[in-house]
Design a protein. Sequence first.
Length: 371
Amino acid sequence: MHLHPAPLPPCEVSWFGALCDDDYEFLGVPDPALASRWSHCRDLVLRAERNGFDNILLPSGYALGIDTTAFASAIAALTERIRLLTAVRIGESWPPQLARQIATLDQIADGRLTVNIISSELPGETLDAGPRYARTVEAMHILRTLLHGEPLAHRGEFWQFAVEAPRVCRERRRCPPFYFGGLSEPAREAAALGADVYLMWPDTLPAVRTTIADLKARAARHGRTLRFGYRVHVVVRETETEARAAAARLLSRLDETTGAAIRARSLDSRSAGVAAQATLREGADIDGYAEEFLWTGIGRARSGCGAALVGDPDQVLGKLQQYRAEGIDAFILSGYPHHDACDLFARYVLPQLDHGPLHGVWDPPGPAAPV
């Protein structure tokens, strides 16, 4: 008798909306035609929807690019199927007003909104990681309660108020799932306490396995469960040789001084996650590969997600299937230039993946817990 492994559930496959000045033909060489502005980013989202992607990350950076919430509001009215993974920066908003904003966006998008929670500071503020993530946990509890249409008398460490849920929240009574990432100890605890989908940046398969096991155990201690997402770039071509050549071309005009400046300008340039990406890059082989088909060269010219899957369609698909077998439920992909890479992945790999919007029973509001 032969036992066959259970089939994997469909995975969510998202593309990346380059709202934060992160689109290039050659990494580190700005191109005015690829600058983050309404028309360029609008066309990218519409292309991702036409190509069949399930969701699209709309990132947020205070100093870089264009405003995420304003863009999400406009693009929601122009799209019909694709979900909008809209980044919100917790440190920059009063949570009851943010709940109203999220519910309004979700209404415009007809229930297609998903939310990427960013544990941010106020512009010009410096807050240690422990208090910053504690504030994020508090904010997620407030948002979840109000978005479910419940009144809230809140007496927390960072906010104290008593409010009724805004009417738009009471009408919808829906909290979009919270996608959230971070590698530090307080970030992991924040995810276990308040997130729905824990996002990871690129790493080796053993490291991904270890991280998933750790987050599952943390969530279980709080009586919760998590889904898991993986953010990575892709360079896919008809052959591995062509893919490797395309990856090398991306870096062909980059000098180390420019790359270091790009990495340093991000607000998260000193985070544990960014440090882990640097460690991954430093441990790679002479060609920049940390393991088979996982290329770290892309991290020489950006902060944050700093590696790409590089290979032919079968190789990239096989790598994604390995992540799925480890428990990854959702992928957030990107490539350079984003328009072209979106088409290439949709042509070569997306039709071979069993995919669809991520579904789950998201937690109702509950008592806030400290980090």
